[in-house]
Design a binder for this molecule. Structure first.
Ligand SMILES: *[C@@H]1O[C@H](CO)[C@@H](O)[C@H](O)[C@H]1NC(C)=O
Ligand SMILES: *[C@@H]1O[C@H](CO)[C@@H](O)[C@H](O)[C@H]1NC(C)=O
Length: 497
């Protein structure tokens, strides 16, 4: 064991020294962010879990306000933050084929689930994975899922009502996770286990294992995956072995029961079984289907519950906006005898403005990696050649808070998303789900899922701030790849008669 560790460390040291091209950007005449530290490069606070990714990105972004791009290093690898909107367009759209990966290496054998996620895949594999997932996210499918999502929303309301005596503080993160668990149960597996009533459910075996917290060693290993020696000792994975096993076991069980009973349901398993019928290559194994299921579980469970938490806390602090949103919801509801369709939810204008404003404030950056040397124009200067292997950071999170595009950026103001205001801003100043061909495809189902929860809650409860939660909240640095408030988030719920 020790021998391996020592060998590993030596390999690591050699690798770092060999690849520390620490004058790479200087030679190209690109401004370089301050804070370059030996071994870690610029990402030290991130790797040591002291700062969230967004803070690190924002520090780099702010240093040279007028530069179209800024160089940085991550453990010996050059990275380029591209700030100019035209260059961003070039990278995400026109030259997409030279920047078609996110630069994350996930080992297929170590992580059978996350390695199949379209976010991680590149090139042809990405294309075919995306084609496989797309049918499950079509409008027809969303229409099929929505009634069960809304039903889970009703269970959530019932649960809070039963536990509310007058105004009661609710741990909204916990609530959102229960909601996520049951939505996954019904929209994916077609099982109606009620987490709100019975506590545990079949799906909670899965969701309990989903952890996005990362520690220092997870981060170091992840950033070192480009080093072959490290890769062979410690293949990178996002999901634990236990999580992978649980997902495969639950998925297999549901598939077997479905085949045995011959029942047809409106869920993802059904859709995969239909695809499997025309699969002559034997691609649709239980494992493969589990990985497909997992791509959606990850988005629905983690990103969506974080976002529900954030938006509830934000609305509790903005009573006027909350009331305006509630009147829109009541209006839509009365128009359709209390039933919400996908079109109603997606068509609710103010709801969309409130969502976009929340996503503006709580977005991630867009990672890319150059996979072919590529020369791109630079406004006001000569073109730059970006070489294969260079990491690219499109700082969406910082652009969303740049006073140049969004005056008084920390202020929560949905009016920024009226048609007139949107028309005034340049393109590529709003990218909560990425842009270009690799834009996140899960965004529609995830947004629908979140909106359904918000609609149900606002229709039934008035939200006020709880003194238990500090606001504005800090973002948890242990969640390197997601945006999650640090600590529990409490909001006071008061039933509306
Ligand atoms: C979940 O629901 C199924 C039926 O759909 C039932 O057989 C099972 O016991 C339930 N499990 C839990 C933990 O509630
Ligand atoms: C809200 O954001 C989405 C992308 O997330 C965009 O398609 C939509 O046009 C935006 N709506 C408004 C009103 O800006």
């Amino acid at each position: 064991m020790w021998l391996y560790i020592v060998l590993g460390l030596i390999a690591l040291a050699l690798y770092v020294f060999k690849s520390c091209k620490y004058d790479y950007w200087e030679k190209k005449g690109i401004p370089i962010a301050s804070g370059n530290e030996w071994f870690f490069g610029h990402f030290r606070p991130l790797i040591l879990v002291k700062k969230h990714m967004n803070e690190v990105i924002d520090d780099i972004y702010k240093e040279f306000p007028n530069a179209p791009m800024v160089g940085y290093y991550v453990m010996g690898v050059p990275g380029l933050m591209v700030k100019d909107l035209d260059m961003i367009k070039t990278i995400l759209v026109s030259e997409f084929s030279s920047f078609n990966s996110n630069g994350f290496e996930i080992d297929k054998n170590a992580d059978r689930l996350a390695s199949a996620h379209p976010f991680v895949l590149k090139g042809d594999e990405w294309k075919s994975a995306r084609a496989q997932v797309t049918p499950s996210l079509s409008l027809v499918k969303l229409k099929g899922y929505l009634p069960s999502v809304l039903k889970v929303g009703d269970e959530m309301v019932k649960y809070v009502k039963n536990n509310c005596i007058g105004a009661t503080e609710v741990d909204v993160q916990d609530l959102a996770r229960m909601y996520g668990t049951d939505v996954i149960g019904s929209a994916i597996y077609g099982i109606e286990n009620n987490t709100f009533e019975n506590g545990d459910s079949l799906v909670s075996y899965i969701t309990r294992e989903i952890r996005f917290e990362r520690d220092v060693s997870d981060n170091i290993l992840l950033f070192f995956q480009r080093c072959p020696v490290i890769r062979s000792f410690y293949p990178a994975r996002f999901s634990s072995k236990k999580l992978q096993d649980v997902v495969v076991t639950v998925t297999r069980k549901v598939i077997q029961e479905r085949i045995a009973s011959g029942e047809k349901r409106n869920d993802l398993i059904q859709l995969l079984l239909i695809q499997k019928e025309s699969d002559t290559q034997g691609v649709f194994t239980d494992e493969y289907m589990s990985a497909q299921v997992f791509t959606i579980i990850g988005d629905l469970y983690d990103s969506a519950s974080n976002f529900i938490t954030i938006i509830l806390a934000v609305l509790s602090r903005h009573p006027v906006i909350q009331e305006k949103l509630r009147s829109e919801i009541k209006e839509v509801k009365s128009r359709n005898n209390g039933i919400f369709s996908v079109e109603d939810i997606e068509g609710a204008k103010y709801l969309e403005m409130v969502f976009n404003e929340t996503f503006r404030l709580f977005s991630f950056f867009i990672p890319r990696q150059c996979n072919n040397d590529c020369t791109i124009p630079v406004p006001g200067s000569k073109p730059i050649t970006i070489t294969k292997g260079t990491q690219i950071a499109i700082p969406a999170c910082s652009i969303h808070k740049d006073p140049k595009y969004y005056p008084d950026p920390e202020k929560f103001d949905p009016e920024r998303f009226t048609e007139e205001e949107v028309a005034k801003r340049p393109k590529f100043t709003y990218m909560p789900f990425g842009e270009g061909p690799k834009k996140c495809i899960g965004n529609r189902i995830v947004t629908l899922h979140i909106k359904a929860a918000i609609i149900k809650i606002l229709d039934n409860f008035k939200l006020t701030p709880s003194s238990k939660t500090k606001y504005p909240f800090e973002i948890d640095p242990r969640h390197t790849f997601t945006i999650r408030p640090k600590g529990d988030v409490w909001v006071t719920f008061e039933p509306i008669q």
